[in-house]
Write a protein that binds this ligand. Structure first.
Ligand SMILES: Nc1ncnc2c1ncn2[C@@H]1O[C@H](COP(=O)(O)OP(=O)(O)O)[C@@H](O)[C@H]1O
Ligand SMILES: [Mg+2]
Length: 360
């Protein structure tokens, strides 16, 4: 079989721009070159698409668009969908795209919509699953409807900010609260609050990033993660654990300091607990309409209740990222995982191509 050409799409208009570059570098370095050729496409912070070269991606200071080869996408063509603006030449067609673009504009269905319009198979969930999973409020509604454990929460809108009554929220959710923007990631804008003053500071912070925020009752439990993949047939990996020395899994603990220890697999989980978490992760994935892949993050309470915190539809793929490491620990190597995700993207595309698009 001749090699397939994969478009690796990274960067993006998101606070997770830099994380995305690191994820892309790792995928590029791990992908099986005997099976795949890679076209690197970077999305700059301003949203422009550029053709990238591998040297720039490998550079720790990588700034997208260094060569200034801007790309245009051309809708409606069977081939010839990506054009260099400097020369007017089309890029070689890709068989699939691997978007490793975290957060808003990359993981929330908008980019997935562009790829769908271009009729290019792509890795990860489709438009609806991506959009729902990005929105913590809608995720909660679906989990509630499906009878899956979730943290109790209240949704607040920016246009009603002046009318927020702390005492009402405290009465309903208790004193220890988590406040977060509904559409964000990497813990950006997420705070813990235990009193009125902290609460309003947290609300103001969260509203910087979204017009809709969520106040949640703090869940007391272990923080565990499960890697899930598949379209119709859904597979769940072994379980990983995040243990914090202090505080919660905020941006600093995620990326800046060494306070968070990651255990793969999680220690001291009984077979029954393990199975319950994997089953809940698969159920949540199906209920949320996810396909391709997602990392499903949960809490396990003292009385063995599994509370789904959130799905991440394009999880980190850095060298230390949980998603590929969980699969490695489950017997699927990083290069084989990439190949499997690409195969799932193509299979879904072919499946949906069979659907009738006209009435007769
Ligand atoms: N209801 C909650 N109870 C306890 N901890 C929480 C709760 N919500 C969030 N956290 C903590 O905050 C972190 C970030 O919140 P999360 O909802 O996962 O946002 P993000 O999408 O930015 O990762 C979690 O990993 C967890 O440590
Ligand atoms: Mg999270």
């Amino acid at each position: 079989m001749s090699a397939q050409r994969i478009g690796l799409l990274f960067g993006g208009k998101s606070p997770e721009h830099e994380v995305s570059i690191v994820s892309a570098r790792n995928i590029y370095n791990a992908i099986d070159r005997s099976r795949f050729e890679v076209t690197l496409i970077g999305i700059a912070q301003d949203g422009k698409w550029y053709l990238e070269n591998p040297d720039n991606l490998q550079d720790k200071q990588c700034v997208i668009g260094k060569d200034n080869i801007q790309l245009a996408v051309v809708f409606g063509n069977t081939g010839n969908k990506l054009m260099r603006l400097d020369s007017g030449q089309y890029l070689q067609d890709v068989d699939a795209v691997f978007p490793i673009t975290h957060g808003p504009n990359g993981e929330d269905g908008t980019l997935q919509g562009v790829l769908l319009q271009l009729d290019i198979p792509f890795v990860g969930p489709g438009v609806l699953g991506s959009a729902v999973a990005m929105d913590k409020d809608f995720t909660k509604r679906i989990l509630r409807d499906a009878g899956i454990g979730h943290a109790q929460g209240i949704t607040l809108y920016k246009h009603q900010q002046a009318a927020i009554v702390f005492e009402d929220i405290e009465k309903e959710l208790g004193q220890v609260l988590f406040i977060k923007p509904c559409n964000m990631g990497s813990s950006v804008g997420v705070s813990r609050a235990t009193n009125r003053e902290e609460f309003f500071a947290a609300v103001a912070e969260a509203f910087k990033f979204d017009t809709k925020i969520l106040v949640e009752k703090a869940v007391i439990g272990r923080e565990l993660e499960c890697a899930v993949l598949g379209n119709e047939l859904i597979e769940a990996s072994t379980i990983g654990e995040i243990v914090m020395e202090k505080g919660f899994y905020d941006f600093e603990n995620k990326y800046v300091n060494d306070n968070a220890k990651i255990y793969i697999p999680a220690q001291e989980l009984s077979d029954a607990q393990l199975e319950k978490i994997r089953e809940t992760a698969r159920k949540a994935y199906a209920a949320l309409g996810l396909e391709g892949m997602s990392r499903v993050d949960v809490f396990l309470t003292e009385d063995d209740e599994v509370i789904v915190n959130e799905p991440n539809t394009l999880p980190g793929f850095t060298a230390i990222s949980m998603y590929p490491k969980l699969w490695e620990a489950s017997g699927l190597s990083y290069p084989d995982l990439i190949a499997k995700l690409i195969a799932l993207a193509i299979a879904r595309h072919q499946r949906d191509k069979q659907l009738q698009r006209t009435r007769l």
